[in-house]
Design a protein around this ligand. Structure first.
Ligand SMILES: Cc1cc2nc3c(=O)[nH]c(=O)nc-3n(C[C@H](O)[C@H](O)[C@H](O)COP(=O)(O)O)c2cc1C
Length: 382
């Protein structure tokens, strides 16, 4: 299955050598002409769907190409350029004097205000998610991605199966051809993650692609993992209520609290799992919460292994939720899990002394989750 990607036409900031990132700069006259020229040669590839970055330089390029292609255009935020934070608008020559222009460099602690730059890992994650999705959703289409230099690097790295390198940025309106069949190991890569990689990947997610639906069978496979988890005295008093039908999922979502808010329609997960203690089997309250935690993490690691994301939710409207799913008196609701295809990126970083927040979302929409260092966690004899 082939896929094409093209970088947008030229802008005045390209000519001046200014870092654009997510700053919305329009095509200049040359850029418009480059797109017109590309349109003359793009016809023979059988392209049937265009997916474009939301930035106007890409959208305009897509629009001009579509005068020949005549196909649907979808705008997808995953194709926007890497956010370069405080560096946007500065001359690249100026930035070179401040930091090494290695794409990874901005991520390293200590580079000047690296915080404002979208981490490479986050860029790769959003691009990989889109490409995985295209493969599943549009097997019969030949898709053209209209995007940016940094994003093109992440696309190339997905098809090579490695990390984005400092390869030369594609030229304006340069078309590149990829083939999903050249990377048969992608599926394997997902399954050969070490436990540490899975645990790191399994970050709390608070925005999902609602069009991704899960089945009862998908959820049964996840609950099956919890079946093998340990329980005190092997009593196995946990029960699980699974919900995957959209109306019920949306109703459950309304009973839960995410971050400071309720989730809003449009970003709801595909499913919920309610972890419940059957007090007729085990009345000992001290074991409930421990076992719920073990089951929850086991289920969410299973979800991560399937390329899904999740959220443990301890804050919910107990009465309305119990009533909604019809829990009996001996069913004590312990924890709610949201599961689905996440649309937000999260990176884990070390919590540094003086950091005010352990979780924050930056201007690129990336959640930074700060974890205390290992040395801080391991107690020394007093
Ligand atoms: C037992 C438990 C209950 C939680 N309850 C909520 C909740 O009600 N709402 C929410 O948005 N996040 C909830 N979280 C998610 C935490 O806020 C999250 O773990 C934390 O922000 C760190 O992010 P991380 O999971 O990516 O490490 C809960 C996590 C746990 C373990």
């Amino acid at each position: 299955m082939k896929l094409f990607a093209i970088r947008h036409g030229q802008t005045d900031w390209n000519v001046a050598g200014r870092m654009q990132g997510c700053t919305d700069i329009e095509l200049n006259e040359t850029g418009l002409a480059q797109a017109e020229a590309a349109a003359q040669t793009i016809g023979g590839h059988g392209i049937s769907l265009i997916i474009s970055s939301p930035l106007s330089r890409a959208r305009k390029t897509a629009e001009i190409l579509n005068r020949v292609l005549n196909c649907p255009i979808i705008v997808d935020d995953a194709l926007r350029e890497r956010g370069f934070g405080i560096y946007e608008g500065m001359l690249i020559s100026e930035i070179r004097g401040m930091v090494k222009m290695d794409p990874e460099y901005f991520d390293k602690p200590g580079s000047p205000d690296s915080r404002s730059v979208e981490p490479m890992e986050a860029l790769q994650e959003r691009v990989s998610r889109l490409l995985d999705d295209i493969r599943v959703r549009y097997p019969d289409e030949t898709v053209l991605l209209v995007t940016h230099g940094g994003t093109m690097r992440a696309i190339s790295s997905y098809f090579r199966g490695d990390k984005a390198s400092a390869e030369a940025v594609a030229g304006n309106c340069q078309l590149t051809e990829f083939d999903f069949d050249d990377i048969p190991q992608t599926e394997k890569k997902e399954n050969t993650m070490t436990l540490k990689e899975l645990v790191i990947k399994s970050r709390s997610c608070r925005a999902y692609d609602e069009s991704y639906r899960m089945t009862e069978q998908d959820l049964r496979e996840l609950i099956e993992l919890a079946r093998f988890a340990p329980t005190s005295g092997n009593q196995q008093a946990l029960k699980f209520y699974i919900s995957w039908e959209k109306d019920e999922v949306d109703a459950i979502a309304k009973c839960t609290h995410w971050g400071k808010d309720k989730p809003y329609p449009g970003i709801n997960p595909s499913a919920f799992v309610l972890i419940i203690q059957d007090t007729e089997i085990d009345r000992r309250e001290w074991s409930w919460w421990r076992e719920a935690g073990i089951a929850a993490q086991t289920i969410l690691l299973g979800a991560a292994e399937k390329g899904l994301n999740g959220l443990m939710i301890g804050s919910y409207d107990n009465g309305p939720l119990r009533e909604l799913v019809g829990l009996k008196e001996n069913h004590k609701l312990l924890l709610v899990l949201a599961i689905g295809k996440g649309t937000e990126s999260a990176v884990v970083e070390d919590l540094q002394p003086g950091d005010e927040k352990s979780v924050y979302r930056d201007e690129n929409g990336v959640t930074h989750v700060k974890k205390r260092t290992l040395d801080e966690l391991i107690l020394k004899r007093a």
